[in-house]
Design a protein around this ligand. Structure first.
Ligand code: SF4
Length: 351
């Protein structure tokens, strides 16, 4: 695992947070993993346990003596965690809601203006659109200066309104919206997300997104609660959302509420792939583009392995010892760092 938030020691001009782009020719030296940074806002050091930091764009918080590697030059998994607040309480949430907002928009803007060309920035939460009054203008402003940047925003789609249409249609060409649907059945969906009426709000929200010309990735996590619904979900998406960019079928991340509820939500799809296979077949006939996220490749029947992708962010990705023998390792997404072999997939093995 790569630590994105690091402790720092140093002296600072004042306690205001600031942005620094680490450049080994200009402002930092490294010796025995000990990084020393000289900057107009202060001089500080931190310990690096893993990869290189050259080119990283970091947010520095003198008050809490922390540094956040906001945009790592070696990564394609750079995400802004905007808020930990959420109006849902999903049974498999990997990042359970907390009453914390990270609305450092001036820092994010400074960091994004320094970002490499054509980068993709994730925005997640919590529920980012709880912050939509700030978030949408923020994206609009960034795109005015950096039209090459693309955003991937995860949202429960509960908070879009017709009043958002004008601004959404301006920023949408640069955004892929990731929206979860957990069942074709409203009761099942509402129970999974822990919010009555969520399904109705979700369909309204998706309609507004489509009306505004948004690019939408539908996301469905596999659980005991919905595994048998998958063929029906495939049919529902193909009839009601045929213009979605992709339908991502996702395995669980064993952390947060998912870890707490693991014994009654995890489906070992290495042993029972049939409902997913049926859903993939329906989607193929209906021309819906499908992807499998967070499925180790050896847990997928051969016919569908081309749908798997490296969906796990590099900083929390790992492989098992047996993967060293595998010819598909370079194409396989592997496991979350917190994956537990004891309660995970039973049928895995080098390909
Ligand atoms: S053995 Fe490891 S690298 Fe190979 S497919 Fe399975 S999980 Fe992926």
């Amino acid at each position: 695992m790569i630590n994105l938030r690091l402790k720092i020691i140093g002296t600072f001009k004042d306690l205001s947070p600031f942005v620094v782009k680490l450049d080994k020719d200009e402002n930092f030296t490294i010796q025995d993993r000990n990084v020393s940074v000289k900057n107009e806002n202060g001089n500080f050091t931190f310990m690096l346990s893993d990869d290189d930091v050259h080119g990283d764009i970091c947010l520095v918080f003198p008050e809490t003596k922390t540094l956040l590697r906001q945009i790592r030059s070696s990564s394609t998994s750079n995400t802004i965690l905007l808020t930990e607040q959420c109006d849902q309480a999903c049974v498999m949430c990997s990042q359970p809601p907390k009453n914390k907002i990270y609305d450092h928009y001036h820092l994010y803007k400074e960091a994004l203006l320094l970002a490499p060309p054509d980068c993709i920035i994730g925005i997640s939460g919590g529920e980012p659109t709880l912050e939509k009054k700030n978030l949408f203008p923020f994206i609009f402003n960034i795109l005015e200066e950096r039209p090459d940047i693309k955003f991937h925003i995860l949202t429960n789609a509960q908070h879009f309104e017709d009043d958002d249409l004008a601004l959404l249609s301006k920023i949408n060409p640069s955004i892929l919206w990731g929206v979860p649907i957990y069942s074709h059945d409203s009761g099942t969906h509402d129970e999974i997300v822990g919010k009555e009426g969520a399904y109705t709000g979700l369909l309204d929200g998706i309609n507004i997104l489509f009306k505004s010309g948004a690019l939408v990735e539908i996301r469905t996590i596999v659980m005991e609660q919905n595994i048998n619904d998958f063929p029906k979900i495939a049919d529902f998406i193909s009839r009601h959302m045929p213009h979605c960019e992709t339908w991502a079928i996702m395995q669980l991340e064993n952390i947060g509420y998912a870890k707490m509820n693991w014994s009654h939500i995890f489906v070992d799809t290495s042993k029972n792939f049939a409902p997913i296979e049926n859903a993939l077949s329906i989607a193929r006939i209906k021309n819906i583009n499908t992807r499998l996220y967070n499925f180790p490749m050896c847990t997928i029947p051969k016919e569908w392995q081309d749908r798997s992708c490296k969906s796990i962010s590099d900083w929390k990705n790992k492989y098992l010892d047996l993967c060293d023998e595998c010819t598909m390792k370079s194409k396989c997404g592997g496991f979350f760092d917190w994956y537990n072999e004891e309660n995970g997939f039973k049928k895995i093995g080098a390909l």
